[in-house]
Design a protein around this ligand. Structure first.
Ligand code: 5RP
Length: 234
């Protein structure tokens, strides 16, 4: 059976990011299906001896499980004083390299790790590129459970249409790695992502939202050109 094109783009871009990792470095390990390929290829390079002395900082339980599966040693932010490079996916990327993240409900820990990295490399397939954030994806907001109702009202007052994220193959809402809930918010336009990011984070009970403004350094885009996979960088 042939692999679908999106999977091929994700694999290629994951591999390209894994090839940028250098020996003797601390790596932020992102979350999602694209980053999963990067983690797998980093593990392969480590196992083959091409890469030595690396340690990962996971952004989620998913990243932690994958790193263990592929033999990448892990550490925590308490034990290190810097991160050399972070590799993570995104749900939308605009021309200014601003992002919406949180499709995997991991954006709070992702923002901590990705922001600390000397270099933050984003891995996406071409379908994630947008002219304006919010065009295709709802904005994820992590909220502590007791504040769900007031935060929902306040997000409406900011012009959004909020909906509580529900689990798949799990009855009830999605619960994050920190034990919180996620509200996905549709905004008709996000004209000023920086302003919206801080306005939402200022609502009492909000832990973090999925707008990543001015955090990404490099965007690697997996594409299919003339039927062949390729990776472009901006
Ligand atoms: C998780 C994220 C992911 O990086 C984002 O959802 C992209 O995932 P995928 O590579 O599976 O499309 O932000 O919170």
């Amino acid at each position: 059976m042939t692999k679908d094109l999106v999977t091929v783009m994700k694999q290629e871009v994951g591999k390209a990011a894994a090839n940028l990792v250098k020996s003797n470095s601390i790596i932020g390990l992102g979350t999602g299906s694209t980053t999963a390929y990067a983690i797998e290829y980093i593990g392969e390079r480590l196992a083959s001896g091409e890469l030595t002395n690396i340690v990962g900082v996971p952004t989620s339980f998913q990243a932690e499980v994958l790193a263990k599966k592929y033999g990448i040693p892990l550490t925590t932010l308490d034990a290190i004083d810097h991160i050399d490079v972070a590799i993570d996916g995104a749900d939308e990327v605009d021309p200014q390299k601003n992002l919406i993240k949180g499709g995997g409900a991991a954006h709070t820990r992702e923002k901590v790790v990705d922001s600390l990295a000397d270099q933050f490399i984003v891995v996406v397939d071409a379908g994630k590129l947008v002219d304006q954030l919010g065009s295709t994806f709802l904005l994820p907001v992590e909220v502590i459970p007791m504040a769900i109702t007031p935060v929902t009202r306040q997000l409406e007052a900011l012009g959004g249409k909020p909906e509580l994220r529900m689990g798949i193959k799990k009855a009830g809402p999605v619960v994050t790695d920190q034990g919180n809930l996620v509200i996905d918010v549709k905004f008709d336009r996000i004209d000023n992502p920086e302003e919206l990011e801080s306005k939402i984070n200022n609502l009492p009970g909000v832990l973090e939202n999925g707008l990543f403004v001015g955090v990404a350094d490099v965007i690697l885009v997996g594409e299919i050109i003339d039927g062949k996979p390729s990776v472009r960088q901006f």
